[in-house]
Design a protein around this ligand. Sequence first.
Ligand code: FO1
Length: 328
Amino acid sequence: MTLAGGGWPEGATCVALSGGVGGAKLALGLSHVVPPENLTIVANVGDDFEHLGLRICPDIDTLMYTLSGLADQERGWGLAGETWRCMEALGRLGGETWFNLGDADLATHLERSRRLHRGECLTEVTGALCRSLNVGPSILPATDDRLRTIVQTDRGPLGFQHYFVRERCVPEVTGFTFEGAETARLSAEVSKAMTDPRLAAVVICPSNPFISIDPILAVPGMRDALRAVSAPVIAVAPVVAGEAIKGPTAKMMQELGLPVDASTPALRYRDLLAGYVVDDADADLAPAIEGEGVAVLSTGTVMRSLEDRVRLARAVMDFALNLPRDVG
Ligand code: FO1
């Protein structure tokens, strides 16, 4: 199977695991390569929190806004053309304004919270929001149960958004825990996508391994589901030449005493991976990763334009479709 000579193989499906900004860029590229009805994106929910009485799901929203063309590309999160009148008014009242919720973005949190209070699960609510915004691929929360990333730091444990936004990632990281993970369940929809006999590839997007991918893998059954798929599992490095494109990935690796380069995520997921995609700048890391039994593709992975996103998605898919399938 290859994309080189034609399009996506008829009927084949693809599952992508993603966090927010970096993952959403590749997810957008994938949505131009894989027919939307055949593409499922499993989103991290470890960043979610309850704030100002509302349920905020940043990674789901980043994916939803990116795939609907509504995202603020510069900022990486939230909606383009956003206004902040509610936050300004809240500030005048002495309310909590450290987490910036734009006026239009607030509508998403209001509608999500209303539906959740009415008893719908997060998968249903996300599906309804995506339909309203004309998002083609399925965006599925990794779990409908409560799962929260807690960052262990030199200043004590911090909820993810308190670490990331309020404390601007300044505290030194000593580890991570995923509150609720032990009892969280994979949703029926995620299980179905992972066991679809038409599944041709699973892509781990270039998202932070500790705070975006690990919380997805922490849902009981997810690792087993990945090991059980006959389709190749491919990850794309979230680090290029020792630096994260955006966010605290490199800082976290350094504080955790791990090598600050693209081999660290590959070795972290090595038991799950058939292939790993590094930037051309990191081609010299290939032999060490291949020595662990993971095939390596080196290509341009920095995604500045839509063209970059689609080109990388095609390269990842070509690589995946040409890897040997596990027939055991
Ligand atoms: N990130 C920030 O750095 N500052 C913010 O004030 C902020 C607000 C925000 C509101 C809604 C939303 O969906 C995302 C938001 N983000 C903000 C991004 C969020 O913290 C993400 O979890 C991270 O980008 C990690 O993926």
